[in-house]
Design a protein around this ligand. Structure first.
Ligand code: ARG
Length: 405
């Protein structure tokens, strides 16, 4: 009898390696593996041969780095995407992209089943499942680690029993890496009071006292030039990860609320993402009106929440992006940043669309602002607040008198 096909999102790690065998043994399926490269800097050929060795019938390696930069990271920069004002969403952004690519292979292979290695405790299952079901509702999702309530120990035991090659050296941390950043969890980091040791980090060098400067040019909200050199976004991010990281900038230590309700301690390393969002946000403050800024801040927060919580395919995401794009046509200009020993500070910004008017702002006698007009403005601006406050004082006095009698 011909077996049915299942396409598995395969990273090469323990979870997804165990999945290959589970799908084969427990579900009696033919397994096709897909590794989607979002910039995780791993040897795809090694991953492919591991998949085939364990029992995959066919393997696909997909280079999704350009697509990641173009359709995901650019949107994150324009939206100043930070979950809970901290996390630049590296893992969160890659999941819908991986899911989309795996669905495309499943369609091509006429598979009825699709699988991923997510646990039932995290956000990634949400991002995978919702993207898959939005793009092809006919695919049946199998998530062996979640479905069988597997723990790491059980997985290792199963791997040994089934001759699945696993790294014998026990990994200290659970790390998810892509072009936009690294997410580091587990081990001693599960104690929120324990400081992450330097060995967690790949780009960020601690204790470098040197001062460095960066100049980033944005066009329509997108960074296009750094330190005078025009670069494609992928190259630009790689350049910033090493330059900014060398000055100790880009570590985020975050108490995070997962969608599922668990609070978790997360360490992120994302020098490029951190600096680009900081610079972009600063430039917006130069060129957008205060009304635009106030409203866009709400939109940005909603955007970040939707991206974090797996709702990348929701129509609202498209609507928010339309608004965000409309604001970005003036986010063109230059931002200068000073880096030193773990700190980053914007020290200059300029733009042809700048709303800053020196003749209005200056305290010198060159000022063209007629301050005598301000008196009337203040009078009206505080009108309701002042009335409400004096009413409250009056009522309060009456009440107090009443009590005394
Ligand atoms: N908490 C982050 C998120 O939900 C990162 C998860 C990272 N996963 C990992 N295996 N380290 O996006």
């Amino acid at each position: 009898m011909v077996k049915e096909k299942c396409v598995l999102a395969y990273s090469g790690g323990l979870d997804t390696s165990v999945c290959i065998k589970y799908l084969e043994i427990i579900h009696n399926l033919d397994v096709i593996t897909v590794t989607v490269d979002c910039g995780q800097n791993e040897d795809l050929r090694k991953i492919e041969s591991r998949a085939m060795e364990i029992g995959s019938l066919k393997h696909y390696n997909i280079n999704a780095i350009p697509e990641f930069a173009e359709n995901y990271i650019t949107r994150c920069i324009k939206a100043n995407g930070l979950y809970q004002n901290k996390y630049p969403l590296a893992t969160a952004l890659a999941r819908p992209l991986i899911a989309k690519n795996v669905v495309e292979i499943a369609n091509k292979e006429n598979a009825n089943f699709i699988s991923h290695g997510c646990t039932g405790k995290g956000n990634d299952q949400i991002r995978f499942d919702i993207t898959i079901r939005s793009l092809n509702p006919n695919l049946r999702i199998i998530a062996p680690i979640r479905d069988l309530n597997l723990t790491r120990d059980k997985e290792i035991q199963f791997a040994k029993e089934n001759n699945i090659p696993i790294n014998t050296e026990v990994k200290k941390y659970s790390i998810d890496e892509n072009l936009w950043g690294r997410s580091i969890e587990g081990g001693e980091l599960e104690n929120p009071y324990t400081e992450p040791p330097p060995e967690c980090f790949k780009y960020v060098k601690l204790d470098n006292p040197e001062v460095g400067y960066l100049e980033i040019k944005f066009e329509d909200g997108i960074p296009v030039r750094v330190d005078g050199n025009k670069m494609e976004l992928v190259e630009l991010i790689n350049y910033l990860n090493s330059k900014v990281g060398a000055h100790g900038v880009g570590i985020i230590d975050h108490m995070e609320d997962r969608v599922i309700g668990i609070k978790s301690r997360e360490i992120y390393e994302s020098p490029a993402a951190s600096i680009l969002i900081e610079a972009h946000q600063d430039l917006e403050k130069l060129v957008l009106t205060s009304h635009e800024l106030r409203f866009k801040h709400l939109v940005d927060q909603q955007w970040s929440w939707m991206a974090y919580s797996g709702l990348w395919q929701d129509p609202l995401m498209y609507d928010l992006d339309k608004f965000i794009d409309a604001t970005q046509t003036r986010v063109t200009g230059m931002v200068k940043i000073r880096l030193q020993n773990g700190s980053m500070r914007v020290v200059g910004r300029r733009s042809d669309f700048s709303l800053y008017n020196n003749a209005l702002a200056t305290y010198s006698s060159d000022s063209v602002f007629d301050q005598t007009l301000a008196k009337g403005f203040v009078e009206f601006w505080g009108l309701q607040s002042i009335t409400a406050k004096s009413l409250a004082i009056t009522l309060n006095k009456k009440e107090n008198k009443g009590e005394e009698q």
